[in-house]
Design a protein around this ligand. Sequence first.
Ligand code: 5GP
Ligand code: ZN
Length: 137
Amino acid sequence: MDCLFCKIIAGEVPSHKVYEDEHAYAFLDIYPTSRGHTVVLPKEHITSFLEMSEEKTAELFASVNRIAKKVIAVTEAPGVNIGINNGLVAGQTVPHVHVHIIPRYENDGGGSMHTIVDSNPDREELEQLASVIHSKF
Ligand code: 5GP
Ligand code: ZN
């Protein structure tokens, strides 16, 4: 498997590991956007969050919660963004699911989820869109 993150998990590529359990592995991002920027991944290779089962995502996010608490305790960051770039158009560069934990600091110059994209979608459609999505459950 020619996957950078699988190679990190296997110890073939070095990383600054912060956590490992049966299902998850976490290390400091090599190009951190803030102090303490951490990525958490499932040990099992999977490209997309949308291909994961509810059980696997529950395991992954339990680890994310555990790790984020420690990262924030150590960095003393007053805030944090937690998220996934899923898919090429969303900025995913490594095709192995991973969750970013990005500690946020006062006046760090960063934005919020609202700054990722603002494509001005039609607000008139909200009710119909919600009902179509709701009908899929
Ligand atoms: P993505 O852009 O796919 O959401 O996130 C991939 C992340 O992996 C990026 O933030 C990038 O800095 C990080 N990254 C890429 N190569 C390496 C590496 O070799 N080691 C570590 N620790 N992080 C890496
Ligand atoms: Zn992989």
